[in-house]
Design a protein around this ligand. Structure first.
Ligand code: NAD
Ligand code: ZN
Length: 240
């Protein structure tokens, strides 16, 4: 594993952008979707997680959606791991320009990072679909079945992007701007199989595209460096 080559790239970079996915949080105890023990290897009453986490399923079967969501998508006990902590140090030194994450777990913000583009939203923001009243995650977790607004009785929807929904335009614009301004982009812990997120890589025109992932990804062929392994271990071996 060529950690020294990665260190050299990092040392020479001034505008790093990090693009991550579920694999960044597996070391925090949150399963990803497509690894060997990921959620996509399981079936839930004949349904795949992709079907349950879709906009149409949410509207047709909200109680079943929330059962799955509370059980498998929300991990309030999870804490940032060494990858999140390294990224926080890099932002503190103003070498990391931004984090673009597909994760909804909020762990980058919990680690202290401020320039985080959560392109699939976050479990920590929830709104009444009728009156827009905001609710904390605790309200979702403490409800039985479908969480309801205490002001108007409307359904409370987590601010996470479901399959079939478009991500927030302004978050995407900010993320793509960071990517296009970066001299180095680290892509980590993602299978790059969810669109439009995966296509954001096309905005990168800097010098070094680095991939850190346990399995091969579609970006490996155009990367200047590919490291196959655990992102929390690899980043923790780097100096900041
Ligand atoms: P994915 O499950 O499709 O792919 C994860 C990738 O990370 C795999 O290629 C796997 O080999 C790799 N990986 C797993 N653990 C790793 C580790 N410790 N170090 C390095 N690589 C590791 O995930 P995705 O590409 O992010 O797409 C899944 C979608 O599911 C995303 O949109 C995301 O919103 C959502 N999701 C989020 C979370 C979360 O918030 N933590 C968890 C599961 C799924
Ligand atoms: Zn309401």
């Amino acid at each position: 594993m060529d950690i020294p080559a990665l260190q050299k790239i990092i040392d020479r970079s001034r505008r790093i952008v990090f693009f991550g996915g579920a694999g960044v949080s597996t070391a925090s105890g949150i399963p990803d979707f497509r690894s060997g023990d990921g959620l996509y290897r399981q079936e839930f009453d004949g349904l795949t997680p992709e079907m349950i986490l879709s906009k149409s399923f949410f509207y047709l079967h909200p109680a079943a959606f929330f059962d799955f969501y509370r059980k498998y998508m929300v991990h309030p006990e999870a804490r940032p791991n060494a990858a999140h902590r390294w990224l926080y140090e890099m932002e503190k030194q103003d070498r990391l320009r931004g984090i673009v994450t597909q994760n909804i777990d909020g762990l980058h913000k919990l680690a202290g990072n401020r320039r985080v583009y959560e392109i699939h939203g976050t479990i920590y923001e929830n709104y009444c679909m009728d009156c827009n009243k905001p609710f904390p995650l605790e309200k979702i977790m403490a409800s039985d079945g479908v969480p309801r607004c205490d002001a108007c009785g409307g359904v409370i929807k987590p601010s996470v992007v479901l399959y079939g929904e478009a991500p927030d335009k302004y978050v995407c614009i900010g993320a793509c701007r960071e990517i296009s301004n970066a001299d180095t982009m680290i892509v980590a812990g993602t299978s790059l199989s969810v669109e439009p997120a995966a296509s954001f890589l096309d905005y990168f025109s800097g010098k070094h595209l680095v991939v850190v992932n346990q399995e091969p990804t579609p970006a490996d062929s155009r990367a200047s460096l590919v490291l196959h392994g655990d992102v929390s271990v690899i980043l923790s071996e780097l100096k900041t």
